[in-house]
Design a protein around this ligand. Structure first.
Ligand code: MN
Length: 475
């Protein structure tokens, strides 16, 4: 896809670097996509597909069939010389690997990144600007995912823009559908910060400069999905997740800064006055949604690393898509509960089976009467998406659906412990929202003092269990 007159592009063409070589050459300390791919490769969790695949349905079908398997790198995608990688963050363990913590500590690590942000640093030389390309989106291997969608979507585009009022940055992921050589549709909900910025630009009679960056370290992907306040720069949280500042570089044609280690950067301008129709599009709940359209972005420059890799996130009800949302929402919802109940040691889990968005389990330490209800209201107040909240004690593993069901079976009285709040603001992506409204429900499955005097579990003494476990190991 390189422009013939660009000297770096000529060099790249002269010596095609295999993706495996490029990944192996990446310094592990870089906060980059390929640094993470190198980690995965070392663990045997990166599978290379060398056969040519069709970006229309076939590439997505591979990722679908390998949804919970290794990350997959497609070396040859029809119609493009750019390889594609997907299925990176398709388990909680992969989030732990990326952040350098056991997977159960991802929640606490993300909470800490919200509380103690680290600002990014500006650099002047960046891998993501090694090559200048002719602006032609059709030369990128952008997949067409599902049978009834209307086109090809960039699904891992981390979009950077600046608030026309304050100049503060926003970093978020939205779907970007290729419409022409330089033109794309962008799917943003009215409550997304990027939409807010677009409306502010429109009110000033201006367009909004945006950079769609592709190929990011998981810390940047996760940070872009945090439900922080408008004006909060998600790069500050990404830096905290990494433990050091994210390196940013100024774009070539617009006044926006992007991660220096991005694989590809598409620089463009969003026109808030445009409204392009979309047609059916998959959502996290696995069904098609029909939205009222969205604005057009026109691109003015494309830069990349010397041998860029296009990252994708399989949309719909697929593990990576679910978990990126679930891990992000859990952390900011947890922050909201901890603000309401500072002594609760609250641990919030957003379940995968709810599309990674709609159902929360909240674990509380020694809740006083009324505390579980405070936790419910804190979560509903924080995020429109979450409908069902189940509250459990700290002896229940919130990640284990069977443990949560057991708590319901033994600690929950329906006539006392159900809370139903009709007609609350919902999210337009919810499959059951009508007129913007949905009913919220919560189940308090914590122990209550009035129910039983004796909550002890019937089991052998712990000392004997430990002894027998030792015996079994020695056999
Ligand atoms: Mn934001």
């Amino acid at each position: 896809m390189s422009r013939p007159q660009s000297a770096p592009a000529r060099q790249a063409a002269a010596r095609r670097v295999r993706p495996a070589e490029a990944i192996a050459a990446e310094p592990l300390e870089r906060a980059s996509l390929r640094g993470f791919l190198r980690q995965l490769a070392a663990r045997g969790e990166l599978r290379h597909i060398q056969a040519e695949v069709d970006p229309r349905f076939e590439l997505g079908a591979y990722l679908w069939q390998l949804a919970r398997g290794p990350a997959v790198l497609f070396e040859r995608v029809r119609g493009s010389d750019v390889p594609v990688v997907g299925n990176l963050l398709n388990s909680r363990e992969r989030f732990g690997l990326a952040l350098g913590v056991p997977w159960r500590d991802v929640y606490g690590r993300t909470l800490q990144a919200l509380e103690q942000p680290i600002a990014p640093e500006l650099v002047s030389q960046a891998p993501c600007q090694e090559v200048d390309h002719a602006v032609d989106l059709r030369r990128l291997p952008v997949p067409t995912w599902f049978e009834h969608e209307s086109g090809a979507y960039i699904t891992a585009g981390v979009i950077v823009a600046k608030d026309p009022h304050s100049g503060r940055r926003n970093v978020s992921i939205a779907r970007v559908q290729v419409r022409g050589a330089r033109s794309a549709f962008i799917g943003i909900a009215p409550n997304h910060h990027l939409s807010v910025f677009a409306r502010r630009a429109a009110a000033l009679g201006r367009k909004l400069e945006v950079a769609v960056t592709i190929g990011q370290h998981p810390a940047v992907v996760l940070a872009s999905n945090l439900y922080v306040r408008p004006g909060d720069d998600e790069f500050d949280n990404a830096g905290a997740l990494l433990g050091r500042p994210v390196s940013l570089v100024r774009c070539r044609s617009i006044d926006v800064e992007v991660p220096a280690d991005s694989e590809l950067v598409l620089e463009g301008t969003l026109d808030p006055a445009t409204l392009l129709q979309e047609g059916p599009v998959s959502e996290f709940h696995g069904l098609y949604q029909r939205y009222s359209g969205g604005p057009e972005v026109t691109f003015s420059a494309i830069t990349s690393r010397r041998t860029p890799i296009l990252q994708v996130i399989t949309p719909s009800l697929q593990p990576e898509h679910l978990l990126i949302g679930a891990v992000g929402i859990a952390a900011t919802a947890g922050q909201a509960v901890l603000s309401a109940l500072p002594e609760s040691n609250a641990h919030v889990v957003i379940t995968e089976a709810s599309g990674g968005r709609l159902h929360a389990v909240v674990q509380l330490r020694n809740p006083a009467p009324g505390d579980p209800r405070k936790a419910m209201f804190a979560i509903w107040g924080h995020v429109n998406l979450v409908k069902l909240v189940t509250v459990v004690n700290d002896d229940v593993d919130p990640y284990d659906p069977a443990a949560v069901e057991y708590a319901l079976a033994t600690r929950f009285r329906a006539e006392r412990d159900v809370v139903i709040v009709p007609r609350v603001r919902g999210d337009r992506a919810d499959p059951l929202v009508t007129d913007g409204l949905v009913t919220k429900m919560a189940l308090d499955a914590t122990r209550k003092a009035e129910d039983r005097e004796d909550w002890r579990a019937a089991r052998p003494p712990q000392a004997v269990l430990d002894l027998v476990a030792d015996h079994l190991r020695s056999l």
